[in-house]
Design a binder for this molecule. Structure first.
Ligand code: FAD
Length: 236
């Protein structure tokens, strides 16, 4: 783990409330897909939880840049991210976290709600870039279709790689697109869209309540503790 100052490159709008921020990498940064950084605006007071927050990588270590993605809010941290200008330097403490993908995993699954998608993007982008034959099943839930971040990227990867399956779930109103499922991630849905879950390493990232609910669901359906990997986005 180290601290590294990185130059801001560009902002990418993902949805009405979710934006990605890319930073230039002067040299290769060793991290494993699934890991995160502490993004530090207040260098003098490292305990400042308002200005120093954890964000997962939403890009693969195979890229020449790193990307983080934030659900924007009214917070000071969100405001500081939003006013970054090209070449502004920002301090990263990185890499952190042990909920990671390993090349040896042959079949994996993701049970994700909302902003928990960020490390999933890092992992799938890595699988694509390294041309791994990992079998991926992503179940990705959002309130509405408009809130589905990274849909273009996921749809593109799904088209290019037959081992990548993505099911979009929306909870709040019936979706317009026939490919989206209206409902919640529950036992019935998993039996229908992930019948081989006992064979998979299952990842769940995101807000603590979502992660806890998915963990309990998997355990209730007979998965072993060792099979489930969780990372809670504390702060939601
Ligand atoms: C490992 C990890 C990875 C994460 N990855 C991402 C990511 O990729 N994208 C993303 O958007 N977010 C991610 N988060 C969450 C992120 O760090 C922020 O906490 C979250 O985005 C809310 O920040 P905010 O500035 O918008 O909200 P704020 O307005 O600052 O906070 C929202 C609410 O959370 C409470 N809160 C804030 N910080 C903490 C804390 N440290 N402990 C307990 N309660 C707190 C506040 O009191 C408030 O009620 C991650 C968190 C962790 C731990």
């Amino acid at each position: 783990m180290k601290e590294i100052g990185l130059s801001f490159l560009e902002k990418i709008v993902r949805t009405r409330t979710v934006e990605s921020f890319r930073f230039q990498l002067p040299q290769a940064l060793d991290f494993i897909p699934g890991q995160f950084s502490q993004v530090i605006f207040d260098e003098l007071n490292r305990d400042n939880k308002e200005l120093n927050k954890y964000l997962s990588f939403s890009s693969s270590p195979t890229k020449k840049y790193i990307e983080v993605t934030k659900r924007l809010s009214e917070s000071k941290f969100s405001q500081r991210l939003n006013v970054l200008k090209v070449n502004d330097e920002l301090l990263f403490k990185t890499p952190l976290g042990s909920c990671v993908f390993q090349d040896s995993y042959k079949k994996i699954a993701f049970l994700i709600g909302g902003i928990g998608i960020t490390p999933v993007i890092s992992i799938i982008e890595y699988i694509m870039d390294k041309k791994l034959d990992t079998d991926v099943c992503l179940i990705y839930s959002n309130r509405t279709e408009e809130e589905i971040a990274f849909k273009n990227e996921l749809d593109g990867w799904k088209l290019k790689n037959k081992n990548i399956k993505v099911s979009y779930v929306v909870t709040d109103c019936p979706p317009r697109e026939a490919t989206c499922i209206f409902g919640r991630i529950d036992e019935g849905l998993l039996k229908k869209y992930m019948c081989d879950m006992s064979q998979r390493v299952i990842f769940t990232f995101g807000p603590p309540k979502m992660v806890e609910a998915m963990n309990n669901l998997c355990l209730g359906m007979g998965c072993s503790k060792e099979q489930i990997k969780t990372e809670q986005f504390i702060g939601y």
